[in-house]
Design a protein around this ligand. Structure first.
Ligand code: SF4
Length: 386
């Protein structure tokens, strides 16, 4: 059935895909590969009364194995990969100077991409061409990972657990496909995962933590903060500074963009270059920012936009509660704690991402990377566009 959600990205209706997931899990011919977005780990335990420290990704891996998934991986891996591509794309645009229009907008939030294309189609070219972590994960799972697992890509059923309703529509886009079909086959929300666990009487209090599978199960602190507003910007700046100077900056050098109102700005000097940044969450704030840009009142080089208040931690597929607004902050803080606790804080330090480039992709923005990990936002139209 369908239920109306509290999705803040435009009253999208949630399509229930749990039956589709059950069918894939029961199909002996299918190899089920599941990825879990960063924001999900901050919220799934709320339903079960788990303490935030107990609601770990590893405990969720235990639950996902019991539901029957063959391999459990982490969207954070693909968030690190997104930074490699998007950070380098930003630097490439920066070097092209006056030839490109500024600012570059992030493209990992499908609620925002749809909003921009529908309301301001003339700005579509300013979106980063990088696919979102969800889609990058799927594209790599059906190529590099299939080879590693020694299975035909068509046998892989790629499932994602997302805090988001708009991610279902993103996975369905005609541009999000490779030679072996859709990058991502089934998208479940955090609420759908919880429903499946409850139906199977799985109580996470009694589920042991289990290791994630490898490769694509390793991530850095830069990947995990993708789930909170400001996280993509911060992660990209960390790696851009490394690429420009050859040295890692202080990982907390860009922390000013973490908290504050739904529209905030900062200018950082990276290798002598001033980078004017803005971070926005909520589409009302995005509209304000675009209007100010159009009026020439502000100028930026790099703008991160998340459609949901607080970023994906406040997504439309997350648990619903009376204290929603407060929870966004608490969930976001959890991600920054996970970042601080991670010995690796830079996307370019992820050894599995390095192996992926070394063994398969070549260079960031290279031919294979471009083919698999980037998209043409102009290749599909919003219903109201001609
Ligand atoms: Fe989905 Fe995150 Fe965008 Fe909300 S902010 S629409 S949860 S991608």
């Amino acid at each position: 059935g369908q239920c109306i959600t509290h999705c803040p990205t435009g009253g999208l209706r949630e399509r229930d895909d749990t039956a589709k997931a059950r069918a894939a899990l029961a199909d002996k011919e299918k190899i089920t590969v599941v990825q879990v977005a960063p924001a999900v780990r901050t919220a799934w335990g709320e339903y079960f009364g788990l303490k935030r420290e107990e609601a770990t990704m590893e405990r969720m891996a235990g639950a996902l194995h019991r539901l029957g998934f063959d391999y459990v991986y982490d969207t954070n891996f693909a968030a690190d990969l997104t930074i490699m591509e998007e950070g380098n794309e930003f630097l490439h645009r920066l070097k092209s100077g006056a030839l490109v229009r500024w600012p570059m907008f992030t493209s990992c939030c499908p609620g925002w991409v749809r909003f921009l294309k529908g309301q301001y189609p003339e700005l579509t070219n300013q979106l980063s061409t990088a696919k979102s972590p969800q889609q990058m994960f799927g594209a790599v799972a059906k190529t590099w990972l299939a080879k590693k697992l020694d299975v035909a890509p068509e046998k892989i059923c790629c499932v994602s657990i997302m805090p988001c309703v708009a991610k279902k529509a993103e996975a369905d886009l005609p541009t999000m496909r490779g030679e072996s079909g859709a990058d991502v086959d089934i998208v479940l929300t955090t609420r759908e995962l919880v429903r499946m666990m409850r139906a199977d009487h799985l109580d996470p209090h009694f589920i042991e933590e289990e290791a994630l599978n490898s490769p694509m199960g390793t991530h850095t602190g830069a990947g995990v903060i993708f789930g909170a507003t400001g996280g993509v910007m911060e992660a990209a700046l960390r790696t851009a500074a490394y690429v420009l100077t050859g040295e890692n900056p202080n990982p907390d050098a860009f922390s000013e963009v973490r908290t504050g109102p739904g529209l905030r700005e900062a200018t950082y000097t990276v290798a002598g270059i001033p980078v004017r940044c803005a971070v926005v969450s909520g589409l009302g704030n995005a509209r304000k920012l675009i209007e100010r840009l159009k009026e020439g009142k502000v100028q930026y080089d790099f703008v991160e936009v998340m459609a949901c208040p607080g970023g994906c931690v406040g997504g439309g597929g997350q648990p619903i509660s009376a204290e929603d607004e407060e929870l966004y902050g608490v969930r976001g803080e959890r991600l920054y704690t996970l970042d601080a606790e991670n010995p690796m804080r830079f996307a370019h330090e992820n050894p599995e991402v390095q192996a992926l480039y070394h063994e398969y992709l070549g260079e960031p923005l290279g031919e294979t990377a471009h083919h698999l990990l980037h998209t043409d936002h102009k290749a599909w139209n919003m219903p109201m566009q001609k």
